[in-house]
Design a protein around this ligand. Structure first.
Ligand code: COA
Length: 325
């Protein structure tokens, strides 16, 4: 038994913020942002939350899979920007969609989260524990963005993507997943400290709001080296050649990172679909949103092999192979 993707769904906020509008917030320019990142605009939540977007994406994926919420055995949500720590976002989605049989839990591997969650879902299915799993990546990054920091606020956007993974006959593929905690400080989102009877007086820094902080160049170099390595390794482990792969669906963090990966593995740009120009970096939502768009554009056909690859905070990375059915 293995897991196959039966349906995709997505939800992005209606409200968009383009580069020209960002020029009013920080010292930047549309030209700089487009040249360095490929981003033209991002969608920013007004009323939506990460949990509400996750539930909407899940409903669409279920409808496409022609499965009912009560048929779901598990809901696995990848997020690092949930509005609440408890209950989990997966439990919020369960309540909203009525998936009353599902085991629900969240997983945080930053921007690699969707890959990790997808691989986890496949492992449960291959172990024979579950049949139908909703895998969701949902982020409300506008909540954790410092809108006065031009080094980060130009990059991120909000959105959610979901897939239904279902048990099917056949052999599973081997994922490549990795982490390097020694480089954790390159990309952080700290939590605020609370006063306790034991903490002593809190400093001004302890009480200040917490935002994403990033050493952009370190992350860029890491991604441009690690993602090609992970792709080569996942192909080797699964005895596939580059000619067997229709598309490489990469985490949408920066157009230049995607181009650098394509160049390094010697594959043509057309095999690397991108939508970063429209959404910016939506962290663990970017891969399922891109898959959803590719499906809507009729780019995916039965038998197509895809490599999905992500990277991000932790630092973490991962690559999986899926065969579209
Ligand atoms: N607008 C205009 N200028 C900016 C700017 C902005 N939004 N942000 C930074 N700059 C300036 C810097 O201050 C610096 O100026 P200086 O030369 O006078 O010091 C100059 O532009 C170059 O900065 P640098 O950080 O070297 O730019 P870069 O080419 O590395 O691009 C990123 C910055 C963030 C776009 C790039 O490093 C990146 O994309 N990194 C990966 C980030 C990522 O993907 N993170 C998420 C991973 S999941």
């Amino acid at each position: 038994m293995t897991g196959i993707i039966k349906g995709t769904g997505a939800c992005v906020p209606r409200n968009t913020l383009d580069n020209r509008e960002l020029e009013k917030l920080v010292e930047t320019s549309d030209k700089w942002i487009q040249e360095r990142t490929g981003i033209q605009r991002r969608h920013i939540a007004a009323k939506d939350t990460a949990a509400s977007m996750a539930a909407k994406a899940a409903k669409e994926a279920l409808a496409q899979a022609k499965l009912k919420p009560e048929q779901m055995d598990m809901i696995l949500v990848s997020t690092m920007s949930s509005e609440e720590v408890m209950p989990s976002m997966a439990c919020r989605v369960q309540d909203e969609i009525g998936a009353f049989r599902a085991v629900c839990l969240d997983l945080n591997a930053a921007c690699s989260g969707f890959i990790m969650a997808y691989a986890t879902a496949c492992a449960y299915i291959e172990a024979g524990l579950f049949q139908n799993i909703l895998v969701i990546g949902s982020e409300c990054l506008s909540n954790v963005t410092d809108w006065s920091d031009r080094g980060t606020c130009i990059l991120f956007g909000d959105g959610a993507g979901a897939v239904v993974v279902t048990a099917a006959h056949g052999r599973g593929t081997i994922p490549v997943l990795g982490s390097d905690g020694t480089k954790g400080e390159a990309l952080t989102l700290k939590n605020r400290k609370n006063q306790t009877p034991f903490s002593g007086p809190l400093t001004k820094e302890d009480l200040s709001p917490c935002y994403i902080r990033m050493d952009g160049q370190t992350v860029f170099k890491f991604a441009a080296r690690k993602v090609p390595e992970a792709i080569e390794e996942v192909l080797l482990k699964n005895k596939l050649r580059k000619g067997d792969i229709k598309y490489y669906v990469l985490h949408q963090a920066n157009k230049r990172i995607v181009e650098a990966v394509a160049k390094r593995i010697g594959e043509p740009a057309y095999k690397f679909p991108m939508n970063i120009q429209e959404y910016g970096n939506t962290s663990s939502a970017s891969i399922p949103i891109l898959l959803w768009e590719m499906q809507k554009q009729n780019m995916l056909h039965p038998g197509d092999n895809l490599v999905l690859a992500g990277f991000g905070g932790g630092l973490t990375w991962g690559a999986v192979i899926i065969t579209w059915r």
